[in-house]
Design a protein around this ligand. Structure first.
Ligand code: UTP
Length: 408
């Protein structure tokens, strides 16, 4: 089938609406761009966009360990084991920094956003402080893998160059790009970003697995004998990715997968919680959790489904190798995006007007036989920057960060 036939078959002919106005090289770029799209898959994703979870899925509680209740001796033993692994360079850190950051509305990659601390620092610099602290403590430089996207890779790398890699040896900082999926309007039409470019966006933080494989990061980790990867959201300025305790617990229990939780504040809090789906480790999104189940409490008045996932996960390299080629489900989010309309004028969005398709990292958890979940304290590990103002904004994160460091 040639390209015109394919576009016709899937009702996407408008992607060539401005083709004749393009230069030869632009024409070639657009054809390459379109040829790289799997239209059959995109049609399928669009057709199933409202499906969240198979209706016959069995959702049950997941066991967790409360960090606060670990007894001293045991805690020390795990920490010691974790410390040894870190000193041997067996742990690397990975930041997922490929997101669009639409809610924050910062021009530039989220990691370059400057937080108004006493000495203002970009998010990347705040994360870098943790790697430097680890160097002080362990005498080794840990590798930092940073996942970017087509949209922000260049700006991210330039930011590091401009800041001289925050005086960290640059051979320990590695950037890798995640994949993209086309956006669609609510009628299932793909969109143009400009006359010669299909509008695509990063394929969600679940794109990390394919990206680690495609960019030879797993190979690189193997060569360096890195066995564990601590993967975290770029937008949490209190994240503790270099965590000897969790690492030690993981190694001792021979877990391939571990993640931290915080206590869900109320049945209504819109966060995903750890659970088991059909007896496999999972996270269930708040919209998918039966409201009755969400309210259930145990004898201690704690929510049965009360361990919230906040984006800090440790995975063994061997597990990442297994997940690399798995196809994760694709979720749909409604986002505000401006694009080139069919009459050649920009459509500027004031309301969500497009579907963005994303894979989520936690959909891969089911690939592990078991999962270790460690309950941590919200005020010690979680200061997210999501929104421009209000909840989870730079202001709330700044306060949480300052409060934490006033005490530690
Ligand atoms: P969010 O789901 O909060 O998305 O990402 P976002 O892109 O930062 O912000 P909004 O929703 O557009 O406002 C959670 C984490 O996953 C990363 C983000 O960078 C953040 O660290 N992420 C998200 C990626 O790395 N790639 C993606 O495609 C999506």
């Amino acid at each position: 089938m040639n390209i015109n036939e394919t576009l016709f078959k899937y009702g996407q002919e408008h992607l060539l609406a401005f083709y004749d106005e393009l230069s030869d090289s632009e024409k070639e770029a657009l054809i390459n761009d379109i040829s790289s799209i799997d239209f059959e898959r995109m049609q399928n994703i669009y057709d199933h966009r409202e499906n969240h979870m198979a209706e016959d899925s069995e959702v049950s509680c997941a066991p967790y360990i409360d960090k606060e209740k670990l007894i001293g001796e045991l805690q020390k033993k795990y920490e010691q084991l974790g410390n040894e692994l870190i000193s041997e360079g067996k742990l690397a850190v990975c930041s997922m920094a490929g997101g669009q950051g639409t809610r924050l509305g910062h021009t530039g990659p989220k990691g370059t956003f400057v937080v108004a601390l006493d000495t203002p620092k970009s998010i990347f610099e705040i994360l870098m402080d943790k790697l430097k602290e680890a160097y002080q403590k362990y005498g080794v430089y840990l590798h930092w893998y940073i996942m970017t996207s087509e949209a922000n890779d260049c700006d991210t790398q330039n930011f590091f160059v401009k800041n001289n890699y925050f005086d960290y040896p640059k051979e320990y900082i590695h950037f890798f790009k995640q994949g993209e999926l086309p956006l669609m309007n609510f009628e299932g039409k793909m969109l143009l970003e400009n006359k010669g470019k299909v509008f695509k966006a990063a394929d969600g933080n679940g794109g990390i697995f394919e990206a680690l494989e495609k960019n030879n990061i797993l190979e690189d980790m193997k060569e360096k004998n890195i066995q564990y990867l601590s993967i975290g959201n770029v937008d949490n300025i209190l994240i503790r990715q270099i965590d000897a305790l969790l690492l030690g617990m993981m190694a001792e229990g021979k877990y391939e997968l571990a993640s931290k939780s915080i206590v869900k504040k109320s049945p209504e809090e819109p966060v995903g919680v750890f659970c088991k789906i059909n007896d496999r480790p999972s996270v269930i999104e708040y919209i998918d959790l039966d409201p009755e189940k969400a309210k259930m409490r145990d004898d201690n008045e704690e929510l049965f489904f009360g361990e919230a996932f906040f984006g800090n996960t440790f995975m063994k390299r061997t597990l990442l190798e297994k997940i690399a080629t798995a196809k994760l489900p694709i979720h749909t989010a409604k986002k505000k995006n401006s694009y080139l309309g069919e009459n050649g004028e920009m459509v500027v969005a004031s309301e969500p007007n497009t579907y963005k398709f994303e894979a989520f990292i936690f959909d891969a958890f089911k690939m592990a036989d078991d999962m270790l979940i460690l309950r941590t304290k919200r005020e010690e590990e979680f200061a997210p920057i999501k929104n421009k103002e209000g909840a989870d904004s730079p202001e709330t994160a700044r306060k949480l960060y300052m409060d934490y460091y006033a005490k530690h």
